[in-house]
Design a binder for this molecule. Structure first.
Ligand SMILES: Nc1nc2c(ncn2[C@@H]2O[C@H](COP(=O)(O)OP(=O)(O)OP(=O)(O)O)[C@@H](O)[C@H]2O)c(=O)[nH]1
Length: 148
């Protein structure tokens, strides 16, 4: 029984290591990152911050673009655990654009994707809009878009 538990623990550690390495590789190859949390989950908001930290750690100062997206807006304020202001403040501290919307009702999905594509193409946000600027470096090269 003892050895069985040890084997399970080793197997778990092995697969965890593989998963970590894969995420590391995806981030390393990625140019654009769409970080999504749910407005009805404080935990997912914290998770978004963990993902952001991981991206910064892996990408360091290399060119990359991020959009923060608060999903499930359709659920309404009754189910809301993360206030709009919290998302805006977080995005501002990261210096990236922020959108609130819904994958269910397609609210702000096109706008958010357009923004990240525009960031990749231009290397910076439109100074005429009221969203925060995002992105590092100047994107002239191709790259992949990784949705986390
Ligand atoms: N109401 C609502 N539900 C959504 C929306 N987007 C996704 N969902 C639901 O949320 C659940 C989780 O969606 P997934 O696409 O599996 O997202 P995930 O990141 O894998 O979520 P977890 O399984 O919670 O880790 C599913 O039941 C979806 O149908 C949305 O915009 N509004």
């Amino acid at each position: 029984m003892f050895f069985f538990i040890i084997i399970i623990l080793y197997a778990f550690a092995f697969f965890y290591k593989i998963a970590t390495l894969r995420i590391h590789a995806w981030i390393k190859q990625g140019l654009a990152f769409f970080i999504v949390y749910s407005i009805d989950s404080e935990l997912s908001f914290k998770g978004a911050q963990d993902i952001y930290n991981k991206i910064q750690q892996v990408k360091d100062d290399k060119e990359h673009y991020i959009v923060l997206f608060a999903n499930k807006l359709d659920l309404g304020d009754a189910k809301r655990e993360v206030q709009t202001r919290q998302g805006q403040d977080l995005a501002k501290s990261w210096n990236v654009p922020f959108f609130e919307g819904s994958a269910l009702t397609s609210t702000n999905i096109t706008e958010a994707f357009n923004e990240i594509v525009r960031l990749c193409r231009n290397g910076k946000s439109d100074p005429n809009d009221n969203k925060t600027k995002g992105g590092k470096g100047n994107a002239n090269s191709g790259g992949c878009c990784l949705i986390l």
